[in-house]
Design a protein around this ligand. Structure first.
Ligand code: FAD
Length: 474
């Protein structure tokens, strides 16, 4: 009887324990992807990630076909789909790789319980994280709440298991079960095609992920520790969208960083970032409320503004602060934003505009190709100061100084805010301070061609600090 392999956020053949084990049985394997309803285990699918998912599924289908057994697409609640699908195919075995988000886990547990009771062989495998969140615990057998001890514990565990190579051949069933058509799922935007630029920047698919990883470990990882903070440089791995849908495994990335010629400091720093992903996922596993509620309940009383207009201007990259606007426009145009600028734009929304971090989290979820149900809220709460091991609220980023420090000649700003292209570098992060003749020369009319600041930095800072001090025990 065939083995069904249920793909979720693990859209790859490489280092895929469920698929490799199924292929090793020598029995026919039926790869299945279920488009679950939005609120189910995969988390609400944002529009930018839907674009990526379309291409990731097309690429996975092509690779599975080449290996021997085509991908079947179905939609609906996973339990309902599987209840029909398994008997329809005559399968007696169901494999998947474990997901670690709380909603997904409860769906999977129930499916396992029901099918096992019916005598089906149901088995789940690990591989989506470097280490199992139920096992990496403190001395008191509690989850880690602070990053540094977590990182040290992760290092003590040593290397994750060796990645498993993709199966060379996957036996197909004698007759392939009918599949829904990917195009019918309408994952791509139609009109207007706001994702038109994505394809110039990104190549979804596991082959592209490996190529990008190889390039990164052969090149930009040397210098990573310093260069990773400069948004104008292509100095980071850009593995995040591939990781988000599992086109590459974290173990594959971690293993690629062994035996490199690059300076140890750079390699360790990169591994530490990968460990931040791990930390976010472990936190989300142990504390599901992290995605929606303030980790630190003191923030429940925070006097957030209901500033719809300011929120809209932030999303559009029209705040009058060039580094913030460049970041928000990069996000819209490329479905991705540089980490340093994610911190600046998030801080600006929360502290300068005093808008609840949850609004920003939701916007990022819809516009990021790497939107991740654990990393996104955990990072938003980190910036807000309400999260686990968070940056203190009173550390308020100054968008002008941040811009001057990390984008000194304004290359990044100019790339995304063309209205400021000709502005002298001395004023590129503060056009509002530029003398009239400098603005005129750069063909800028503040308030017309580029916005005046929507809030004054110094006043906004004072307001945020006062609001914070008003909290009990702040
Ligand atoms: P690299 O610098 O090459 O890092 C390698 C990998 O490490 C990344 O691919 C990512 O998996 C992981 N990583 C790096 N930094 C972090 C971090 N701070 N937290 C968790 N993992 C990290 N990352 C997401 O993957 N999805 C999100 O939805 C997301 N939302 C964010 C929201 C905010 C407000 C902030 C400040 C950060 C967010 N991040 C998110 C983290 C980080 O910005 C991205 O992971 C990183 O920019 C991706 O680029 P890269 O792959 O080139 O990173």
């Amino acid at each position: 009887a065939p083995v069904v392999v249920w793909f979720r956020k693990d859209l790859r053949l490489d280092d895929n324990a469920a698929l490799a084990t199924a292929a090793d049985t020598g029995r026919p394997v039926i790869p299945l992807y279920i488009r679950e309803p939005d609120a189910a285990g995969t988390g609400p699918l944002g529009a930018a990630q839907a674009w990526w998912l379309h291409h990731a599924l097309a690429s996975l289908a092509c690779n599975l076909e080449k290996a021997g057994s085509p991908l079947v697409l179905r939609s609906g609640a996973a339990a309902d789909v599987l209840r029909k699908f398994v008997p329809e195919t005559g399968a007696d075995t169901l494999y998947w790789n474990r997901r670690h988000d709380p909603a997904g886990i409860s769906i999977d547990k129930e499916i396992k319980r029901v099918f096992k009771a019916e005598g089906l062989d149901v088995h789940s495998f690990s591989g989506q994280l470097l280490h199992d969140p139920t096992r990496l615990l403190t001395g008191e057998k509690k989850p880690y709440r602070v990053y540094t001890p977590f990182w040290k514990a992760l290092e003590r565990e040593g290397e994750p298991p060796e990645p498993i190579e993709a199966p060379k051949h996957i036996k197909a069933p004698t007759s392939a079960p009918p599949s829904e058509m990917l195009d019918d799922w309408q994952l791509l935007p139609v009109k207007p095609d706001w994702a038109a630029c994505f394809k110039d920047i990104w190549t979804p698919g596991e082959a592209a992920a490996r190529e990008r990883l190889d390039d990164f470990v052969d090149g930009a990882i040397a210098g990573y520790k310093v260069d990773r903070d400069h948004p104008a440089l292509d100095a980071t791995s850009r593995m995040s969208p591939y990781l988000a849908l599992g086109e590459i495994s974290p173990a594959r990335i971690r293993h690629a960083t062994r035996g490199l010629k690059a300076p140890t400091d750079d390699v360790i720093h990169f591994r530490k970032e990968l460990a931040w992903r791990e930390f976010c996922h472990h936190l989300h596993f142990h504390f599901p409320a992290l995605a929606e509620k303030n980790w630190n309940e003191r923030f429940d009383d925070f006097p957030w503004e209901k500033a719809d207009k300011h929120f809209r201007l932030w999303t559009q990259g029209m705040t009058g602060y060039p580094i913030v606007d460049a970041g928000m426009r990069q996000l819209w145009k490329h479905g991705w934003m540089h980490n340093r600028v994610r911190m600046i734009t998030a801080s600006f929304l929360i502290k300068h505009l005093m808008i609840d971090w949850r609004h920003g989290e939701k916007w990022f979820r819809d516009t990021l190709v790497d939107a991740d149900a654990a990393s996104n809220p955990a990072n938003w709460q980190w910036v807000a100061g309400s999260g686990a091991d968070a940056s203190p609220f009173f550390r308020i980023f100054n968008p002008i100084l941040q811009g001057e420090k990390f984008d000194p000649d304004g290359t990044y700003v100019r790339a995304f805010v063309p209205e400021l292209e000709h502005l002298d570098a001395a004023f590129i992060h503060k056009p509002f301070d530029a003398p009239a003749d400098v603005l005129k020369k750069a063909k800028i009319e503040l308030g017309t061609t580029y916005p005046k600041p929507i809030v004054d930095h110094a006043k906004a800072r004072e307001r945020a600090l006062a609001a914070y001090k008003s909290l009990k025990n702040a």
